[in-house]
Design a protein around this ligand. Structure first.
Ligand code: MRU
Length: 344
């Protein structure tokens, strides 16, 4: 199974697969400045919580390389400025802020006065975050595989696959793992309004992997669940609060309500970097509001307003369990599962 490389570091800059062009075109872009990366994140050229963490970590390395600080003091001065800029690009996915904080902490731990060593430490930490994410996805795949019904159907929302991570995905990882083990099943992918991550991205990567996929308008999901054809709902997450309330792509909450009404198991798959134990519950998760034109553009009469939250919060009571790199877990999450900053 060949999956795309979503984010990578090159000598020229950060190489991303431009997800706004999929599935029509597979175009890689090299981002050479922090401004280009900010634009790419805001425009969802690179997207999905774990991939945002990896991209932001490389973004710090990129920004500092361009800035060319003369000494340690100038480096330490420039670092939080770049961090704040990147943090502001998308507020809901905690992986982004988590990766930036981790990179800054790593550099502060380096006591060297040599600027080259600080650059090397920053880049090394970004590579570690990327490689760890790849491993975390594998572990999530292993942990979630037993949930996948052989001969049945799985429903997912948005894209929490290879395109959203540095590995085989979070919600899609158990599906890839199960398929490789010989289980056979069908995936229903919610189209995911308004930017169609399900129809464009999830459908594309599952098809590339040879897994049968059927796209539906998310408005059809409740009816599909009522029909009894779906054995499992599996979604990703952008931020999970201490009590288990989970922010994910808008529409996830409605899907969880419908799954509960029809007694279909609803699971969230996420690595430890998506947990935010500092937030007691979902009420304090910042929800990104996006441009009205994403909803109205070319469809609603001119002048009609739109409310366009990119995410919603699913209450923990609707979530049967969390598929993590540490196995299946349940709240409360007083610390990140495993209590770690780093893997291992
Ligand atoms: O706005 P997006 O496309 O970045 O939203 C992505 C999601 O909601 C994903 O489900 C989530 O980030 C998990 S990705 C492994």
């Amino acid at each position: 199974m060949k999956l795309p490389g979503t984010v990578a570091w090159t000598e020229e800059g950060i190489r991303i697969l431009d997800q706004t062009l999929l599935p029509a075109e597979v175009v890689y872009r090299v981002l050479e400045t922090i401004e280009e990366l900010e634009e790419a994140i805001r425009a969802l050229r690179v997207r999905g919580a774990p991939a945002l963490g990896v991209a932001a970590a490389y973004g710090l390395a990129l920004a500092l390389r361009k800035e060319k600080p003369a000494d340690r003091a100038a480096f330490m001065d420039a670092l939080p400025r770049a961090r704040t800029r990147l943090e502001k690009t998308r507020p809901t996915a905690v992986n982004l802020a988590w990766a930036l904080a981790r990179c800054e902490e790593r550099v502060r731990e380096e006591k060297t006065p040599r600027v080259e060593d600080l650059h090397a430490a920053l880049l090394d930490e970004a590579h570690r975050i990327s490689e760890e994410d790849r491993l975390l996805c594998e572990r999530i795949g292993e942990a979630g595989e037993p949930l996948v019904p052989d001969g049945g159907s799985v429903l997912t929302h948005c894209n929490a696959g290879a395109l959203a991570t540095a590995g085989i995905g979070t919600a899609l990882a158990p599906l890839y793992r199960a398929w490789k083990k010989g289980k056979r099943f069908e995936v229903f992918a919610d189209e995911t309004r308004p930017l169609l991550q399900g129809a464009r991205l999830t459908a594309w990567e599952l098809r590339e992997a040879g897994i049968p996929v059927t796209v539906l308008c998310e408005g059809a999901a409740a009816g599909l669940l009522a029909s009894g054809r779906v054995g499992l709902v599996l979604v990703g997450a952008d931020r999970i609060a201490a009590n288990g309330d989970t922010a994910n792509k808008v529409g996830t909450y409605g899907l969880a309500l419908a799954a509960a009404a029809h007694d279909v198991p609803f699971y969230v798959a996420a690595p430890f970097s998506t947990f935010d134990p500092g937030l007691p519950d979902g009420r304090s998760i910042p929800i990104e509001l996006r441009a009205e034109e994403e909803v109205t553009g070319g469809r609603a009469p001119r002048g009609v307003r739109a409310w366009n939250p990119a995410f919603d919060v699913t209450p923990a009571r609707l979530i049967r369990g969390f598929v993590t790199d540490r196995g299946l877990v349940r709240p409360p999450f007083e610390r990140r599962p495993g209590g770690r900053k780093r893997i291992g």
